[in-house]
Design a protein around this ligand. Structure first.
Ligand SMILES: [Zn+2]
Length: 399
């Protein structure tokens, strides 16, 4: 029973040397055996053999920071004017597209009207195609805080606790806080802290009691510091990480989820609408500064040994469409001096840890779901080859 994918060069996600002429034995939804084709166990020899030689096989990519309910090409304000059904229908298409780009799991860190919960349930029940999902529900911000127009606004520890519990009640797998200003909200200072340590601690306490991690949007250093004092698990963006806050992250075992494409939008590969052009113009100085800054932040985080994850922030602003965005994220990691192999491990194995799904996904290993990405060219020679997709497999089924 099952099938064997034979002949691909295997990049298993653990960061080791690739295995040429590999075999991956898939039984049902999961990987039963993986190794060199020469060592294929007898049991697997009777299964259907599918020759995939000439391809590179790796774990499906995982997007650790995405907004699946927003299309990333219109302003969120415009999207909020639309009928909910329209958002749902477009989001169904985004789910399909995301999966077809080799992204087999996502962590949504800011949804809309809990549409994302329905999407997750529909995918799990097989009604629609899409990646596996971990969801935060609505973001929680202070009154008037970053992305307040889509947020559950809350002030003071009591309200923050209630806001977090509301998300968990609605089906959230994690809780998302807005701890500093952000560029997607016009007129904000990205250095300004927006939540007190007491407010953050109130959320981490109730979330952790219910087995949920807390993710926090942070650009400014003060916000990162508050989050570390408040016990946050993952810092999103983390633009102005400094020596002290980097040490605090290591001490706490907190992870940094980089979002490089959001800070360095891909303005060349698709025609910009007037809305996008205006947004590009408005954010130009922030983007230029941000690109320089994040280079230092990545170097610092690596020197300190901070656990890194990565996400696209696709949907998070009008210059973040759901294109080949995870491939681009990994390309930008390589531009920041990581090897292609390191970038792939961050986008697969590390992100699986961030999603609390490391037992099930993130590497090509026996026992895990057969969530696979096969490319026609070697991504280790040129990381852009991640866009040259031969096949995507989720739970053993070809997409
Ligand atoms: Zn975001």
């Amino acid at each position: 029973m099952g099938y064997v994918l034979t002949g691909a060069t295997l990049i298993d996600g653990n960061g080791g040397e690739p295995i040429a002429n590999s075999a991956v034995y898939v039984k049902g939804e999961r990987i039963a055996w993986v190794g060199s084709a020469a060592d294929l166990p007898t049991e697997a020899q009777d299964a259907e053999q599918i020759d995939v030689s000439g391809t590179w096989l790796m774990p499906g990519l995982i997007d650790a920071h995405i907004h699946i309910c927003y299309n990333g090409s219109e302003s969120v304000f415009a999207l909020l004017e639309k009928h909910r059904d329209e958002l749902v229908l477009e989001a169904v298409d985004i789910c399909k597209r995301t999966l077809s780009h080799g992204v087999t799991a996502i962590r949504d860190v800011g949804g809309e009207q809990f549409i994302e919960m329905s999407l997750r349930n529909a995918i799990n029940r097989g009604f629609i195609e899409g990646p596996r999902m971990k969801l935060s529900g609505r973001v929680i911000s202070m009154t008037g805080g970053h992305a307040h127009f889509i947020a559950r606004e809350a002030d003071g520890p009591d309200e923050m606790r209630k806001a977090a519990r509301e998300q968990i009640k609605a089906g959230a797998d994690l809780v998302k806080l807005m701890a500093t200003g952000g560029t997607a909200t016009p007129g904000q200072d990205i250095h300004a802290s927006q939540l007190t340590v007491a407010e953050i601690s109130a959320v981490t306490e109730v979330a952790h009691m219910m087995g949920r991690k807390v993710a926090a949007h942070c650009h400014g250093t003060g916000g990162i510091r508050n989050c570390m004092l408040g016990g946050v698990d993952t810092i999103e963006h983390g633009t102005y990480l400094d020596d002290e806050t980097a040490d605090m992250m290591v001490e706490n075992g907190a992870a940094l989820v980089l979002t490089l494409g959001a800070g360095n939008p891909d303005l060349e590969s698709y025609p910009l609408s007037p809305v996008q052009q205006a947004d590009a113009e408005r954010r130009k100085p922030m983007i230029e500064q941000g690109v320089k800054q994040i280079r230092q932040t990545i170097a610092l985080a690596r020197a300190k040994g901070i656990f890194l994850g990565i996400g696209t922030d696709a949907g998070g602003n009008p210059l973040a469409p759901h294109n080949y965005s995870m491939a681009r994220e990994l390309e930008l990691l390589v531009d920041n001096d990581l090897t292609a192999l390191e970038a792939i491990s961050i986008g697969t194995r590390n992100n699986a840890e961030i999603l609390d799904m490391a037992d099930d996904i993130g590497t090509v290993e026996a026992g895990k779901y057969a969530d696979l990405l096969l490319t026609n060219a070697d991504p280790l020679v040129d990381i852009r080859n991640l866009r040259d997709i031969a096949a995507v497999v989720k739970g053993g089924k070809k997409v």
